[in-house]
Ligand binder design. Structure first.
Ligand code: DAH
Length: 341
């Protein structure tokens, strides 16, 4: 006889045993009805009684019932399977392998904030028709600086600013200081019109709360017949809203980069309570209309083609998005930090 809910606490263990012993499909169906019937199933009624409890008591009871319910459903399913499998005597009960053993749950990892963000960047720009290219991290001095119209005496070429590689040959190599050389490589291997982004690591001799000797950027480039500054602003504002927040507040400033003319910079308002050392606004990107000299360096006629380029700082965007006041927390791989996201 099935226990009813009239018992203060039906013994679910007994019910489980009855399920396991059900002799045929009909008996099992009847049991299932008695437990889960919509009107007066034992479990249904027990669930209905939850509403009479309050607060923590109700939560605790609900958790218990759900656990019992899960066991019952499982037991019914496994009995159903047992009853419907032909018993040809070849698999004796004792030979059976219990694959239902509950092992402790395996901990699942997830991507670090930075690669996760870059994957989002690729997705969002992909939707806007941008190609993705990965450009080398060890770059020639020529592509990192000269081809980008950066003058010979620019301070970024100093030992103090840049990691130079020991090179035997004549060509000097650096750990790229920005993702901009990707522009040159792309323009030399594709014919305009095109639009593409180049994400990756960059390196500078810089270290404080908002600078790190290794950080990530993603460069963007769009060249066509009539591409204007208005297109640039539209693309970049869309990206910032999608990547950081729909209501992100930002401001445009004029800037200077030798590979763009005119050049602009964009700052985004810092929302966190802990201030960064830079105050309310964090510069996240430099951009502008591609300089004619850069186009010429890639055999593209500036009389015919024009467009824009930008270089976003990934960590700074991640910092604003998640209100992380120091860039340094992003890199040590401390799980207590990473598990928060
Ligand atoms: N490469 C610059 C930097 O790292 C950022 C930048 C500025 C990239 C203007 C661009 C650009 O493509 O047009 O500071």
């Amino acid at each position: 006889m099935l226990l009813t809910v009239a018992d203060a606490s039906p013994s679910w263990a007994d019910v489980l045993q009855q399920i396991a012993k059900a002799e045929n499909a009909d008996a099992l169906n009847t049991l299932e009805q008695q437990i889960f019937g919509r009107k007066d199933g034992t479990m249904t009624l027990a669930m209905k009684e939850l509403k009479d409890l309050d607060g923590a008591g109700r939560m605790e009871r609900a958790r218990e019932l759900n656990e019992e319910k899960r066991k019952l459903v499982e037991a019914i399913e496994s009995r159903k399977t047992a009853l419907t499998s032909p018993d040809d005597g070849t698999l004796k009960k004792n030979d059976a392998l219990d694959v239902t053993l509950n092992l402790p749950k395996k901990e699942q990892g997830h991507l670090h904030l930075v690669p996760e963000f870059i994957a989002e960047v690729e997705e969002i720009f992909g939707r806007m028709g941008f190609d993705v290219m990965y450009s080398p991290e060890i770059e020639t001095e020529d592509l990192n600086f000269t081809q980008l119209n950066i003058p010979e005496d620019h301070p970024a070429r100093d030992m103090q600013d840049t990691f130079w590689m020991k090179t035997k040959g004549k060509e000097k190599r650096v750990l790229r200081t920005h993702t901009s050389p990707g522009q040159i490589r792309y323009m030399r291997s594709h014919k305009p019109p095109f639009r593409a982004i180049f994400p990756g690591k960059v390196y500078r001799k810089d270290a404080d709360a908002t600078h790190s000797p290794m950080f990530h950027q993603f460069e963007g480039l769009m060249i066509g017949k009539n591409v204007t500054l208005a297109n640039m602003k539209a693309v970049m504002e869309t990206a910032v809203r999608e990547l950081i927040a729909k209501d992100a507040t930002f401001r445009w400033r004029t800037g200077f980069f030798s590979f763009t003319e005119p050049s602009l910079e964009m700052d985004v308002r810092w929302k966190g309570e802990d201030k960064t050392k830079e105050g309310d606004w964090l510069e996240i990107v430099g951009c502008g209309m591609t300089h004619p000299n850069v186009l010429r360096n890639c055999d593209i006629d500036p009389e015919e083609w024009q467009g824009f380029a930008f270089g976003f700082g990934v960590e700074r965007m991640v910092m604003i998005k998640h209100q992380i006041p120091s860039i340094r927390t992003l890199f040590p791989g401390d799980l207590r930090f990473l598990r928060q996201f």
